[in-house]
Design a binder for this molecule. Structure first.
Ligand SMILES: [Zn+2]
Length: 287
């Protein structure tokens, strides 16, 4: 692990927030950049050092999200339902209707390709890119999707055509080079094209729960953006913010939970969405 300059502003002036143990009993430091405020794991483990955290088990047993088996139809339908809700809340469908000609989209960090599959079913020329082997195999074999196993930053498309839509669903927090990834996305978008990204949101709920915040998973999550911080980051590159939403109260869906828990969760989910204090966020940008 080595200390690296802040990915967003390039400075090396950090304030330590916590030290946290990973699922493999390694200790990581979560720091906040004193110049730009970006919360991050630093010193940072290399790509090789985090690889062991992404075994096949990572995808089959997402216990943090209450998944039994990520590859089951039930989970796939549920995830596709959430994608549709997010797109609707972001006002994506109005823009989609205005598009003419062929529509190309790519999902970066597509996991088992559920968003790729959803967009394909909506008539898009849809593809994905993912680095983890298990989900790529599933996406290609079981769902017959167009998926490339590669690191987006090392991936050079020989084809010169650009995309109308590029998505990053809950993947920017996992990336070693988020800023460089956003810059590359910008290059691959057609003028007027859109980028939609979602990630956990470092805001009120994260401040209250601190080290125990449900998304404070080290070292899988390397970067923790605030809503304003992420919008600022994208604007620096040239993106224009179109819309944003926040959701999620921090109460995870649990199996066999009590009636009271389920009612409280429903209320809290509604409340944070209404007050715009959810600990997840999705933002739509235009090039
Ligand atoms: Zn910084």
């Amino acid at each position: 692990m080595i200390q690296i300059p802040c990915n967003s502003c390039g400075k090396e002036n950090f304030k330590t927030l916590f030290q946290k143990k990973s699922s493999k009993d390694e200790i990581f430091q979560i720091v906040k950049c004193k110049s730009c405020g970006l919360v991050q794991v630093n010193p940072q483990p290399s790509t090789e050092e985090v690889a062991k955290y992404y075994s096949d088990e990572y995808f089959t047993k997402r216990t943090d999200r209450g998944y039994d088996n990520y590859y089951s139809d039930k989970i796939r339908f549920e995830i596709e339902r959430v994608f549709r809700l997010n797109l609707e809340d972001l006002g994506f469908f109005q823009w989609e209707k205005s598009l003419t000609g062929s529509k190309r989209t790519i999902d970066i960090g597509c996991a088992a390709g559920y968003f790729v599959n959803y967009m394909k079913s909506q008539g898009w020329e849809s593809e994905g890119i993912e680095i983890a082997e298990g989900p790529v195999r599933f996406a290609k074999e079981a769902l017959q999707l167009n998926i490339t196993k590669a690191d987006f930053l090392n991936w050079d498309i020989e084809r010169k055509e650009k995309f109308a839509l590029i998505t990053l669903w809950a993947s920017i927090e996992h990336l070693h080079k988020p800023k460089e990834t956003l810059e590359k996305i910008y290059q691959h978008l057609q003028p007027g094209g859109r980028m939609i990204l979602s990630t956990c949101r470092y805001g009120v709920l994260a401040w209250i729960t601190g080290i125990n915040w449900r998304y404070m998973n080290v070292p899988e999550h390397l970067y923790y953006y605030s809503l304003e911080g992420l919008i600022r980051e994208c604007k620096k590159i040239g993106f224009k913010r179109i819309s944003s939403i926040t959701y999620g109260s921090g109460m995870t869906a649990r199996k066999n939970s009590s009636f009271l828990y389920r009612i409280s969760k429903k209320f809290m989910d509604w409340f944070v969405k209404w007050t715009n204090q959810g600990d997840m966020m999705a933002i739509q940008f235009e090039k």
